[in-house]
Design a protein around this ligand. Structure first.
Ligand code: HEC
Ligand code: CU
Length: 361
């Protein structure tokens, strides 16, 4: 019965729909790439892709239909009574009615029973959704203005980040295995939301919150931040990829691999790190300051620090800025804090970033 509310959300269909819109509109400037579309029909429920999705939707639809039923019933009764008991003549008096015990009991008892049904149903789902199974895979999620960083404690060195510049895979999980996210924020409140899984939880600075799910279908699904967290809140979107357990580990290693390709120059590799490791969330290349200073014209310039001293930006200063960002703070950026990449970027990757920064003249 519920299938009529579900979208024909195959990827091909999504692509075709995007194509149609583009064909009708005049040529537009290249739009930023977005995570894959999941739902085409604006009336449809989002794709169901976790073990929580179906019961959440059933409860939701139960409440919607119940509301619709009583809405029609009450308005119809109201209309009927207005017509039936209309005042017939100017001297007609209202008959004296005190009360009707039977009806008053029913209109209290029936809604009360229905509310208890909704409560019990929701509570059972809530308990299920807040108790992760003991064998769940742990994944750490860090929210920052404005990207997600995802680390896998069981796979040391594997670190993924979200980025709107390419629809990057932000998280990879196996199908049919419970996954627990341990989440925290390094700045302000964020909220981690995967509509297709029907899971959402606040990500709070100075505290860990957890969330768990078990994906039921292979595919790519949207991640959103649903707590307004600053002016680029909307760019805190990512993609979660669900794979068969057999291909999960290899795909994870592949996605996390950040090595120079044989066809790539060192600086181009640095450019890839710039988007893959979230530098682009805080540093622009076009001269505009963001959370951090722009990289345009950075190399070789004379930088003024917060303590009033100046220095010339060279390879050593850039390396130190990446590994110990707090050692030398740029004037005007004392409030914002850059995360340290100590242990997350190796020397080769840092050299590539330096080469990339040199190119930003
Ligand atoms: C959460 C925001 C944020 C992220 C992510 C970030 N930075 Fe920064 N960065 C800053 C801020 C703020 C400063 C200025 C304060 C300071 O010097 O520590 C800064 C300063 C720098 C500087 C010195 C710039 C100058 O003008 O002297 C370099 C180099 C740098 N970052 C490199 C990187 C690299 C490389 C990455 C990615 C691997 C990165 N940053 C990611 C916020 C960030
Ligand atoms: Cu956010």
């Amino acid at each position: 019965m519920l299938s009529m509310f579900l979208a024909p959300e195959t990827k091909e269909a999504a692509k075709a729909a995007v194509g149609n819109v583009a064909a009708a509109a005049p040529p537009a400037p290249p739009a930023p790439k977005l995570p894959p579309l999941e739902t085409l029909h604006s009336w449809a429920m989002p794709t169901q892709a976790s073990t929580f999705a179906e019961s959440t939707d059933n409860l939701y639809l139960f409440i919607v239909f119940l509301d619709a039923f009583f809405f029609v019933l009450i308005l119809a009764a109201m209309g009927y009574f207005m017509w039936k008991y209309k005042r017939r003549s100017p001297d007609q008096k209202t008959s004296s009615i005190t009360h009707n015990g039977k009806i008053e009991f029913l209109w209290s008892a029936i809604p009360a029973v229905l509310l208890v049904v909704i409560f019990a149903w929701a509570e059972i789902d809530f308990i299920k959704q807040t108790t992760p199974p003991a064998d769940a895979i742990d994944i750490r999620v860090t929210g920052r203005q404005w990207f997600w960083q995802v680390d896998y404690p069981d796979y040391p060195g594997v670190s993924l980040t979200s980025s709107t510049e390419e629809p990057l895979i932000t998280m990879i999980v196996p199908k049919g295995r419970p996954v627990r996210l341990i989440m925290t924020s390094e700045d302000v409140l964020h909220s981690f939301y995967v509509p297709a899984f029907r899971v959402k939880k606040d990500v709070v600075p100075g505290r860990y919150t957890t969330l768990w799910f078990e994906a039921t279908r292979v595919g790519e699904f949207n991640i959103f931040c649903t707590e307004y967290c600053g002016d680029r809140h909307s760019s805190m979107a990512g993609v979660i990829k669900v794979l068969e357990p057999a291909s999960f580990e290899a795909a994870l290693r592949e996605a996390a691999k950040l090595e120079q390709k044989p066809t790539e120059s060192v600086a181009d590799f640095g450019g890839r790190i710039y988007t893959r490791r979230g530098c682009n969330a805080c540093h622009t290349l076009n001269g505009d300051p963001a959370t951090g200073p722009t990289w345009k014209g950075l190399y070789g310039k004379s930088e003024t620090l917060a303590d009033g001293t100046t220095l010339t930006v060279d390879d050593n200063y850039i390396k130190e800025s990446i590994l110990q960002p707090q050692a030398k703070i740029v004037a005007g950026f004392t409030g914002a804090n850059m995360p340290s990449y100590q242990g997350q970027l190796d020397d080769k990757q840092i050299t590539a970033i330096i080469d990339f920064i040199k190119q930003q003249k």
